[in-house]
Design a protein around this ligand. Sequence first.
Ligand code: SAM
Length: 301
Amino acid sequence: MDERIPAYLQQRLLEYYGQEMAGRIEQGYRAERPVTLRVNTLTGTREEVCSVLQQAGIAWEPVSWYGDALILPDVSESEIAMLPVYQEGKVYLQNLSAMIPPLVMMPKAQEAILDMAAAPGGKTTQMAALSGGKAQITACERDARRAERLRYNLKLQRASALVMQKDARDLDDLFRFDKILLDAPCTGSGTIELRENVPGRRMTPEWVQKTVRTQKALIAKAIRLLKKGGELVYSTCSILPEENEEVVEYAMKGGSVELVPIDDTQMNQLPQLPVRIPGTLLICPDTHYEGFYISKLRKIR
Ligand code: SAM
C-alpha cells in the first residue's frame, strides 16, 4: 500500500505553500478524523439526537460555529449507521468542512436554489433543512447511480428537491435561480488519506487540467443561470489554487459577478491556508477538517 502523497501533488503543494505548510498538509492527510454528523432539523432535534447518543453511551462534542453539528470522537461510522436516528434520517454523516458551503449560502424560504453537482446530497439536504424545508431546490447530478443515491438520501431525510439527472452544462439557459451552489467535481486533493489500507490516489497534470476545464465550464453556466443580484457559492474539496482561486478569477474576468467576502468571524477556529483572493476560505486538512475551498460571488449584470 502506497502511503505517500502522489508525486505531482507533492510538487504542487511545495510550490504553492512551501515546505512548512506542505508538511502541515501532509500531517492532515495522515490524521484519522473523528466521525462528525449533522442533525437533520427537518426530522429531528439536537436534544433528541444527543439524548439517543447518551443512552447508547456515545460521547459527543459540540462545534462552536454550528449548533447542528456534533463530533463523535470514540465511534465508527458503522456504529452510528446502526442507530435508529441514522436509519430514520435524523442525522447525516458529514465532514465539518462540507457543512460550510450551505451555511455560507444560507438558503431561505421560497428562494429558487440550484445545487448543480448534488449527489450524494449532503449539501442539498442541509440547504433544505436550513430553509426549514421551504426553499425550492433543484438538484442536478450527471451520474445515474449517484442520482439514485441522491434521491434515496432526499427521501430518507425528508428533504424536498427536484432531481434532474443530467450534465449541468446542458441545463436550459432559460432557468433562473436566486442562489446556486456549485460544489464542483474536483481532484479531491483536500481529502487524501495517507493511512494503511486506504487506497492511494492518482494525480496527474492531465487530470487536473481536465478537471479545471470542467469547473470553468460549470461556473460559467452557473453565472448564466443566476438572477441579477443572485448569489453563487463555489466550493471544492481541493486545495490546489488552479481548481479554486483560478476558477473564481476566471469567473470574475467576465465582469458579470463580484466577490462577496465570506464572514468567518464565527469560525475562528478553522485551520486555514493562505488564499490568493481575500474573502474566500481555504481549509487545511487537519485532525478534524478535510481540505476545502469556499467562495461566494454575486451577479451584478
Ligand atoms: N454536493 C455533493 C454533496 O455535498 O453531497 C457532493 C458533490 S461531488 C463533489 C461532485 C458531484 O458532481 C459528483 O456526484 C459528480 O458525479 C457530479 N458531476 C460531475 N460532473 C458533473 C456535471 N457536469 N454536471 C452535473 N454533475 C456533475
